[in-house]
Design a protein around this ligand. Structure first.
Ligand code: ZN
Ligand code: ZN
Length: 318
């Protein structure tokens, strides 16, 4: 089968990859559509070691495995957990000590004709969600994770820093809580997407320091971190939703003096994300920059790496 293979920071389109062998408890999925995410770009830059097929945001059709799922369109949670370690026993499979992660850690990913994932990771996509829209289930789930981690009240003043793919989904999902939200970024055209949904938007100059209860950092750079940090009132909560290349330098004493709560956040539950997408409460279509067939996957990566480009999709067996 075909697949986008990463090795030594080099991508190649291979056509000689065997179709995955499906272990007990897993399903063979023919991939329909997949999305290129910042994590894929970071893996290519060598921020984490990985060799194999990239890709973790996908929609596919089950061809083998659980008979109730055959021919159904599915999305899949990306962490494949062991089921018996202390984190699995505490129902925290995303922290499983023995986990593999689709297209990220020791498990071939979704930029290929086929992938294999545990049946228990799969969720059937409701008919009313198009394949293209369902490709965003994983990032929408990741955005919703914030609301699993902290209670957000309508009276809370919340700042989202970053108007990229992630910031857009975080802002849209937080807006649904009815909180007092401001989303800031650097691009008028991207912020316009959010403004069209009735979300208050602005630039860094619009952020009043020490005034927000919660700040969500979605840029993954130290400038974004600094803006989010300074926006918080004492005893505010700083949510880090993005990973950082290299080490971040922080004024730790100021965090202590202001008694700031720091929350790292990644991944999230798929069921509520599918529900929101089915209800049309999160609009992902404006986030799509372009689509490429898998055979043009290398060109797709070139485009996805271009500054300012939002979501690039791979149409695989669609
Ligand atoms: Zn991702
Ligand atoms: Zn485990």
């Amino acid at each position: 089968m075909k697949g986008i293979w990463l090795e030594n920071q080099q991508l190649q389109l291979r056509t000689d990859i065997p179709v995955p062998e499906v272990p007990a408890g897993e399903a063979l999925i023919r991939v329909l559509s997949a999305g290129i995410c910042n994590t894929d770009l970071e893996l290519k830059r060598g921020y984490y070691p990985y060799t194999g097929i990239l890709g973790h945001e996908f929609v596919g059709v089950v061809e083998q495995g659980d008979e109730n799922l055959i021919n159904k369109r599915v999305v899949g949670e990306i962490n494949a957990a062991c089921g018996y370690c202390r984190f699995c026993l505490q129902k925290q499979p995303t922290h499983c000590e023995n986990r593999t992660v689709l297209g990220i850690v020791n498990r071939h990913g979704a930029f290929a004709d086929y992938l294999s994932l545990p049946v228990k990771n799969l969720h059937v996509v409701p008919d009313r969600i198009t394949t293209e829209v369902a490709t965003f289930t994983e990032p929408v789930a990741a955005a919703l994770e914030i609301q699993q981690q902290i209670q957000i009240h309508p009276s809370d003043r919340v700042l989202v820093v970053g108007d990229g793919k992630l910031g857009q989904l975080v802002a849209q999902t937080l807006a649904l809580t009815g909180c007092d939200l401001l989303a800031i970024g650097r691009h008028q055209s991207k912020l316009a997407n959010l403004e069209a949904k009735g979300i208050k938007v602005g630039f860094v100059d619009d952020v009043k320091e020490r005034s927000f209860d919660i700040a969500v950092e979605c840029t993954g750079n130290d400038i974004g971190f600094d803006i989010a940090r300074r926006a918080l009132r004492p005893r505010g909560t700083l949510v880090l939703k993005s990973t950082y290349a290299g080490k971040l330098s922080i004024d730790a004493s100021a965090l202590v003096v202001d008694e700031i709560t720091l929350i790292g956040s990644r991944c999230g539950a798929f069921a509520p994300a599918l529900e929101l997408l089915a209800q049309g409460k999160v609009d992902v279509i404006p986030l799509i920059h372009s689509r490429f067939p898998l055979t043009d996957g290398l060109a797709a990566f070139e485009v996805a790496q271009t500054k300012g480009v939002m979501k690039v999709l791979l149409a695989i067996n669609d």
